[in-house]
Design a protein around this ligand. Structure first.
Ligand SMILES: *[C@@H]1O[C@H](CO)[C@@H](O)[C@H](O)[C@H]1NC(C)=O
Ligand SMILES: *[C@@H]1O[C@H](CO)[C@@H](O)[C@H](O)[C@H]1NC(C)=O
Ligand SMILES: *[C@@H]1O[C@H](CO)[C@@H](O)[C@H](O)[C@H]1NC(C)=O
Ligand SMILES: *[C@@H]1O[C@H](CO)[C@@H](O)[C@H](O)[C@H]1NC(C)=O
Length: 505
């Protein structure tokens, strides 16, 4: 990601332990932020950013609260019964063995876990060799190796903001939740926006010797293995809280304005420049001359930054009956926030999917919008919706229910668990600690970074080993069920088109 690197070079993001930046910025920021201050700014900033999260190619986000590396010796976690000793070395723990004989959980994993099998399909027959992993070459941002329950991080490239740090933090939590249950692992991770493993480079669908690359999203023409993105543990640069707390806020926020009292327009707010679809969307805005049923707001990042410091009085973000989701450079982490609003989500034809989005269905969880005719398509959706408020509320609720119930942190961890477990079983070699890597653990990671980073890490720390097993995997798709799932999705889209057509005649 060349652009990203330029941004780093020019603006010196205070990454994890960036001492020089921290010193510089501490002159701007009055003092370190206290935990109690977090709530409001994060909500406020969140409103400003809905729809804008990916394609962070705006140059100058300055994190709110930057402070130097903590000099504290220990920090209490959110749950104060757990205290982290910032000794900066990892404790010596006995090596863990895999427990295979445990009875499986009676709880069935959500349907979207079935895509794990699809994602690992290229290696199903022959497994994964070290050569395949190492063929990731310069595309990977980091290599994560787990040997006997210990995690090693080899940084290969500088990731944007703290993406890599928070992703590893998530993996450490997974190991804390399910200690001794994962096999040894050797993972290449790509932390940019777009997937990189092109199907066409490996001979299409009968792909051979594919590089296994973990990434936040993929598309129909790529073979990246999708993995939950960093935002589930927090996005400090944007003040987006860890998902566990944020999803609760959203649930509460939904109570504030009933659907029927919401503005009968489709709403989008975000950074407009990052995709053609976003540029096209700007033209759908309400003016004296036109009414496409859409209110579109382009974010001015300078202003956002200012408001971050000042404004305290923004209303709930779920104030419109329809919320538009449109991709930027690739998938956007905003999708879960938009869907969680109880408003009907209007999804402009997505080209990328993350780990859960392939199971979302048109007319059940969202309303599809044609990307090549965005304004007219939004207008049809809004017209139809305002005439069929019950159906629209049902779709809005189903989308939110999917997010609130199937995307709980427990499911996110279980997804990571099953994916990594199966991936580990495919490895044809015993992973070893690569040269140039460092061991990472709660102790080394929790105590560095800005105050906000540390707070988010503490707030997203799991309190200890789970007393239940991971959920039980649903069976893989056989070709027929997969085909019929895709057909159902296509049928549902046609159904929406029929509804819209009947409205226009
Ligand atoms: C933190 O760890 C260090 C080194 O292991 C140890 O000497 C020290 O007593 C610990 N501090 C606390 C408060 O537990
Ligand atoms: C869209 O219209 C609203 C209301 O008139 C306005 O506040 C907003 O700035 C417009 N958005 C863009 C991108 O021009
Ligand atoms: C804090 O952690 C303890 C021990 O893991 C647990 O029993 C307790 O329920 C947790 N409390 C909260 C408020 O999460
Ligand atoms: C999709 O629609 C076609 C034609 O209406 C129908 O024959 C088929 O059974 C439907 N498939 C699914 C999976 O719903």
């Amino acid at each position: 990601m060349e652009e990203e690197n330029i941004h780093h070079a020019n603006h010196g993001y205070p990454l994890h332990g960036g001492r020089i930046c921290s010193v510089f910025l501490s002159k701007i920021v009055k003092g370190p932020m206290k935990t109690g201050d977090l709530v409001r700014p994060s909500i406020i900033f969140f409103f400003l950013l809905i729809g804008a999260f990916i394609s962070l190619h705006w140059i100058d986000v300055v994190p709110l609260a930057i402070s130097d590396i903590s000099l504290q010796k220990t920090i209490p976690s959110f749950n104060s019964s757990v205290v982290i000793n910032c000794s900066i070395t990892c404790p010596i723990h006995s090596s863990k063995t895999i427990k295979l004989d445990e009875s499986p959980s009676s709880e069935l994993c959500p349907e979207y876990f079935r895509w794990i099998y699809q994602d690992l399909n290229p290696w199903k027959e022959k497994g994964i060799t070290k050569e395949m992993v190492e063929s990731a070459g310069s595309e990977a941002y980091m290599r994560i190796v787990v040997v006997n329950g210990k995690v090693y991080w080899k940084k290969l490239k500088r990731a944007f903001q703290t993406r890599d740090v928070f992703n590893i933090w998530g993996i450490l939590q997974l190991l804390r939740l399910y200690p001794g249950k994962l096999p040894d692992l050797d993972i290449m991770f790509e932390c940019g926006d777009r997937p990189v493993i092109q199907k066409r480079d490996y001979g299409g669908s009968n792909a051979n010797n594919v590089t296994p690359m973990f990434h936040y999203c993929a598309s129909d023409s790529t073979l990246d293995i999708v993995f939950p993105d960093w935002s589930f543990w927090g996005w400090p640069e944007l003040h987006i809280k860890p998902w566990e707390a944020l999803s609760k806020d959203l649930e509460e926020g939904n109570q504030r304005v009933k659907w029927i009292d919401r503005i009968p327009y489709a709403h989008w707010k975000g950074g407009p420049g990052s995709s053609l679809a976003r540029k096209a969307l700007l033209k759908c805005n309400l003016t004296d001359q036109q009414d496409w049923g859409a209110l579109i707001y382009a974010l001015n990042w300078g202003l956002v930054r200012q408001e971050m410091y000042k404004s305290t009085d923004l209303a709930n973000q779920c104030t419109h009956r329809y919320k538009i989701y449109v991709e930027g450079r690739a998938w956007s982490v905003s999708e879960k926030y938009i869907l969680a609003c109880d408003s009907m989500s209007l999804l402009v034809t997505p080209h990328y999917y993350d780990f859960f989005s392939r199971s979302l269905l048109p007319s059940i969880h969202y309303w599809p919008i044609k990307e090549n005719d965005i304004c007219r398509s939004i207008k049809s959706a809004v017209n139809w919706g305002n005439k069929h408020p019950e159906k629209v509320q049902e779709i809005g609720k189903a989308g939110s229910k999917f997010i609130q119930e199937e995307l709980k942190m427990k499911s996110v961890y279980d997804y990571m668990f099953h994916l990594l477990y199966q991936y580990g079983k495919l490895l044809k070699y015993k992973p070893t600690v690569p040269e140039g890597s460092v061991e990472v653990c709660l102790e080394t990671m929790a105590c560095s970074g800005t105050e906000l980073e540390k707070t988010f890490k503490m707030n997203s720390m799991v309190s200890g080993p789970s007393d239940t097993s991971p959920c039980t995997m649903p069976p893989p798709y056989d070709p027929t069920t997969l085909q019929s799932f895709l057909e159902r999705k296509a049928n549902l889209t046609k159904q929406v088109e029929r509804w819209e057509a009947s409205e226009n005649t």
